[in-house]
Design a protein around this ligand. Structure first.
Ligand code: FAD
Length: 205
């Protein structure tokens, strides 16, 4: 598998192109740090962008959809989608209003999503298995990662040269998504140990 995703006419970043990233491992890391994606699709010419949870396994993205949702009703065999993942790493407070920004990592993936019948491993093996009604109500879609771009801003404030002497505080306010200690459900038996994977998120995903 190539180390980089090919740059296509649809995935070429135009503005601030120096922030564009097509390196496969970097894109995988951004995806793996995120819990939520936004799925964009059009039904009868109307765009919808719906947030949902997702996971990456290899070069496939899996995301959940309620069978009753518009997204899945619109899905006969395959649905053209644009999946976006956004991680916010900091607020960038520049000297000029114009140069305020954010540090971020984002990924845009384009392609055809298809419904799959089998669900995901992991927590799956511990939890109660779905009954027929629950299976009917749940669908997982998959999207092969083929046409993908990332855009990443890191680092310091970037002001115009003449503004560096302007007497105002400038800097970065770092933002982090932090997982706390696992909290046992009130109705979870106390003799059931907390599984190791429940602590996994403390050091970041
Ligand atoms: C948190 C956050 C805040 C932002 N704030 C601003 C803002 O205030 N003003 C602003 O102009 N831009 C902002 N951006 C950048 C914005 O997402 C676009 O990159 C920007 O609008 C320029 O798009 P374009 O015209 O180069 O590409 P477009 O023509 O819009 O897109 C072409 C292709 O480039 C790729 N692409 C474009 N943007 C991204 C991206 N962010 N991540 C991954 N792939 C991408 C996609 O494959 C897309 O299909 C922000 C991004 C993030 C993540």
């Amino acid at each position: 598998m190539p180390d980089r995703f090919p740059v296509t006419e649809r995935t070429r970043v135009v503005r601030e192109a120096n922030r564009a990233v097509y390196d496969r491992e970097t894109i995988y890391r951004v995806l793996d740090d995120a819990f939520v994606c936004h799925v964009g699709f059009a039904i009868d010419g109307q765009p919808f962008v719906i947030p949902t949870m997702f996971a990456r396994i290899g070069d496939l993205l899996y995301f959940h959809g309620s069978a009753a949702s518009r997204m899945l009703r619109g899905l006969a065999s395959s649905l053209p989608v644009c999946i976006t993942v956004t991680l916010i790493d900091g607020l960038v407070l520049a000297r000029s209003v114009f140069n305020h920004s954010m540090n971020y990592r984002s990924v845009v993936a384009l392609g055809q999503a298809t419904r799959i019948e089998k669900l995901l491993p992991g927590r799956w093996t511990d939890a109660r298995q779905p009954n027929e009604r629950e299976l009917q109500a749940t669908s997982i879609l998959k999207l092969p990662l083929t046409e993908v771009s990332a855009k990443i801003r890191t680092g310091a404030v970037e002001d115009d040269d003449e503004d560096y002497s302007f007497p105002v505080w400038a800097g970065i306010i770092p933002l982090h998504l932090v997982a706390g200690e696992p909290q046992r459900d009130d109705r979870c038996r106390s003799d059931i140990p907390t599984p190791a994977y429940a602590f996994r998120f403390r050091g970041g995903r």
